[in-house]
Design a protein around this ligand. Structure first.
Ligand code: ATP
Ligand code: MG
Length: 180
């Protein structure tokens, strides 16, 4: 499984539709300060269901929508599509290629799609739950986060490791079952 492409439309500084294609292996995004490198990473977190404006470096959710520039009016919606190569069947879905789309309008509503079919955020979370990618997964390591891991209390550090190993989900399920 690897990320194949990312298309941004009206997301942050990407007013016009912009597609980035990724090959297996390491991709580096380079560019001057303020050119939108971090916005690309924000788009990946967002399309996977990120709900926190702060995690997306904004004050409110609407801040992900292109806010306009001197020469270009603001847009009414943001849309991001992430296409994942699933030839190895890592995602539990019968498609060799899986596209996840999120669309958000200024009034705040979000829509999701899996391969062009309307979906719920829950469907996306389920789809990704064993894959090691997705919301609340520490696969996006932000500035300062490495320090947080190094300085974490042992029990918190165990949490990071459990999450990476994919056992956190089972622990959460177990806790939920015990509470009933
Ligand atoms: P650095 O090298 O400093 O980390 P960067 O390449 O990571 O820079 P980003 O933080 O991705 O840059 O991009 C910041 C730019 O995105 C700023 O110019 C900011 O005005 C613009 N931007 C952020 N949100 C929006 C929005 N909603 N509408 C328009 N532009 C936006
Ligand atoms: Mg940056």
């Amino acid at each position: 499984m690897h990320l194949k492409s990312l298309t941004l439309r009206g997301f942050k500084s990407f007013a016009s539709a912009t597609t980035l294609r990724f090959e297996p292996g390491i991709t580096a995004v380079v560019g001057p300060n303020g050119s939108g490198k971090s916005n690309v990473v924000d788009a990946i977190a967002w399309v996977l269901g990120e709900q926190g404006a702060k995690a997306l470096r904004g004050g409110k959710m609407e801040d992900v929508i292109f806010a306009g520039t001197a020469g270009r009016p603001p847009l009414g919606r943001a849309e991001v599509t992430l296409t994942i190569d699933n030839n190895d069947g890592a995602l539990p879905i019968e498609f060799a290629e899986v596209s996840i789309t999120r669309r958000m309008f200024r009034e705040g509503s979000s829509e999701y799609e899996i391969n062009g079919e309307s979906a719920r955020l829950l469907d996306i979370q389920e789809l990704l739950s064993d894959s090691g990618i997705g919301r609340e997964m520490h696969v996006i390591v932000g500035q300062g986060q490495l320090d947080a891991v190094l300085q974490a209390r042992p029990e918190d550090r165990r949490g990071f490791i459990e999450e990476a190993a994919g056992v956190l989900k089972h622990r959460k399920r177990k806790e939920k079952a015990l509470r009933k």
